[in-house]
Ligand binder design. Structure first.
Ligand SMILES: CC(=O)SCCNC(=O)CCNC(=O)[C@H](O)C(C)(C)COP(=O)(O)OP(=O)(O)OC[C@H]1O[C@@H](n2cnc3c(N)ncnc32)[C@H](O)[C@@H]1OP(=O)(O)O
Ligand SMILES: CC(C)C(=O)C(=O)O
Ligand SMILES: [Mg+2]
Length: 510
């Protein structure tokens, strides 16, 4: 059996990625990222554009100096001064590469470079030869290759290879191509360019139409052996092909994409988090491989499938890409299987009616609340367990409050199974609620403490209310939680009344 062809992963997060508006990185951050890239197994690190600034030059030089085994590459225009500066910056690397480029499309040559095709051809030969004077690893790129006349592109590449280029990059600079077309371009170029076997062919795709990863994969299927990509798909405009996506596409679909890379995917999650932290660009929740939701399931049918066998809804293992584990997120789409599993993981073992009741209460809460956290579930179950066997049971509450007053509360309770209703006013909504309860359950105890705090964050957080009553020297504290603070208050008060009554009865019996 022959080994799968090796696809070189060329990471341009530090060069094309940094060109993304707002993504500038400090010297130290660049070194930190380059070091992680080496650990991860990146073959070529494009560390920057040394002629761009003294800062860029210093960063490329430092990355070259700290490098161990990866190729360290700098980008240069075809101008002699850019190439000299780049050569100087990468020279300390164990494996230095100069990457030089010039545009070849009619629109770029005419309007941007203001050069004719012959002048461009001359620049290709001269720049590659100059770069070869410094290193035997020279990459040449035809900027805007996908909008370039095919015959002219072939001529340029022919000259680049003849002048010593060892890697030929065919960028889809403006993200214009689509997979069939881009793959066919590689096939045609490799078939038509003389000495095409003397160079490694490289894909560099932008994501303006959301096709960067698909185009890169198509290039590989048609002869490319290097993919230029960036962590989190960072890069000019809509970005470059995302490194984590191209790597995992080839790994997961090795059956139809028989290629290998040197990347250890366990680092993918960490690399993504590092780039996000450094640039301040958040990772989209539904981003493939590294998004917060890439291994999270909320809907009941999927959660049930996942609990039975993870292969039902996951095509790769989260731990393979450095994500601790799949998360079954509890929300309004969750089902009973996942709810029970969650409870058990939190140490609650409910069965039968208790489980059904808790599940019903959980669904009611999830309908009201966007995020149901473990703490929310804990108080929900604790409340239910505490309420079991209580004499006075809360049913319904309606409160009128606001600036115009009077604050009024209407409450429905059952006392030993018998339905009771009361309406009362108060000095504020909480007072009105407690007065209404007192009408149904008259008692002499005094309110010692009333405290509210949020269980979880956000304006939809559950409020936990604690109420302490003191009657005839006996104290009882009630506690309850609900997204509605007044409902939590009523339930906490009743919880305390129930406890107080039970304690008084115990004392009498003693
Ligand atoms: C598709 C890509 O990603 S290309 C890489 C993009 N990266 C960058 O631009 C890196 C950051 N750039 C910079 O710091 C600056 O643009 C520099 C230092 C490179 C050049 O700065 P300046 O000399 O002020 O030129 P400016 O950026 O305004 O214009 C670019 C010049 O380079 C020319 N040019 C562009 N590409 C090339 C090329 N590959 N080879 C030769 N000349 C080129 C343009 O025609 C223009 O020339 P002109 O001044 O004669 O009109
Ligand atoms: C400089 C080249 C490789 C580039 O970034 C592009 O064409 O997108
Ligand atoms: Mg680019």
């Amino acid at each position: 059996m022959t080994a799968n062809p090796h696809i070189r992963i060329f990471d341009t997060t530090l060069r094309d990625g940094e060109q993304s508006p707002g993504a500038s990185m400090t010297h130290t951050e660049k070194l930190e990222l380059a070091s992680l890239m080496e650990d991860m197994g990146v073959d070529v690190i494009e560390a920057g554009f040394p002629a761009a600034s003294d800062g860029d030059f210093a960063a490329v030089s430092a990355i070259a100096a700290q490098s161990k085994s990866a190729i360290i590459c700098g980008l240069a225009r075809s101008t002699p001064s850019d190439i000299e500066r780049c050569a100087e910056a990468v020279k300390k690397a164990a494996r230095p590469r100069i990457h030089t480029f010039i545009s070849t499309s009619p629109v770029h040559m005419k309007h941007k470079l203001k050069m004719g095709p012959n002048a461009v051809l001359e620049a290709v030969g001269r720049s590659v030869a100059q770069a070869r004077n410094h290193t035997d690893d020279v990459e040449w790129s035809a900027e805007d290759a996908t909008r370039t006349d095919f015959d002219f592109l072939c001529k340029c590449i022919d000259v680049a290879i003849a002048s010593g280029a060892t890697t030929i990059n065919v960028p889809d600079t403006v993200g214009y191509s689509h997979p069939d077309e881009y793959g066919a371009l590689f096939r045609r170029l490799i078939e038509n360019v003389p000495n095409s076997d003397k160079a490694i062919w490289s894909a560099h795709c932008h994501n303006d139409l959301g096709l960067a990863v698909a185009n890169s994969i198509s290039a590989v299927a048609n002869g490319a052996r290097q993919i230029e990509c960036a962590i989190n798909g960072l890069g000019e405009r809509a970005g470059n092909a995302a490194l984590e996506e191209v790597v995992m596409a080839m790994k997961v679909r090795e059956d139809t994409l028989p290629f290998s890379t040197g990347i250890n995917p366990i680092y993918l999650s960490r690399a993504s988090a590092m780039v996000s932290r450094i640039t301040g660009f958040p990772v989209q929740y539904n981003k493939a491989i590294v998004g917060k939701n890439a291994f999270a399931h909320e809907s009941g049918i999927h959660q049930d499938g996942m609990l039975k066998n993870a292969e039902t809804y996951e095509i790769m293992k989260p731990e393979d890409v450095g994500v601790a584990k799949t998360s079954l997120v509890m929300g309004k789409h969750s089902g009973r299987h996942a709810f029970r599993d969650k409870l058990e993981s939190m140490g609650y073992f409910l069965e039968g009616d208790a489980l059904n009741d808790a599940f019903k209460r959980f669904k009611t809460l999830a309908d009201k609340k966007k995020h149901v956290f473990d703490d929310d579930i804990a108080v929900l179950v604790d409340d239910q367990l505490a309420a079991e066997g209580e004499r006075i049971v809360f049913k319904r509450l309606r409160v009128v409050c606001g600036t115009d007053g009077p604050q009024t509360a209407e409450i429905d309770l059952t006392v030993e199974g018998e339905e009771k209703y009361a309406i009362a006013r108060g000095n504020g909504p909480v007072d009105a609620v407690f007065n209404a309860i007192r009408q149904i359950v008259p008692h002499d105890s005094v309110l010692d403490l009333y405290q509210v705090h949020a269980v979880t964050g956000g304006t939809d957080a559950q409020a936990t209310v604690s109420v302490r009553l003191n009657g005839e020297g006996i104290m009882a504290t009630g506690r309850s939680s609900d997204p509605d603070t007044l409902v939590a208050s009523a339930k906490a008060y009743l919880h305390a009344v129930n406890k107080l009554e039970a304690r008084k009865a115990k004392r009498k019996a003693a």
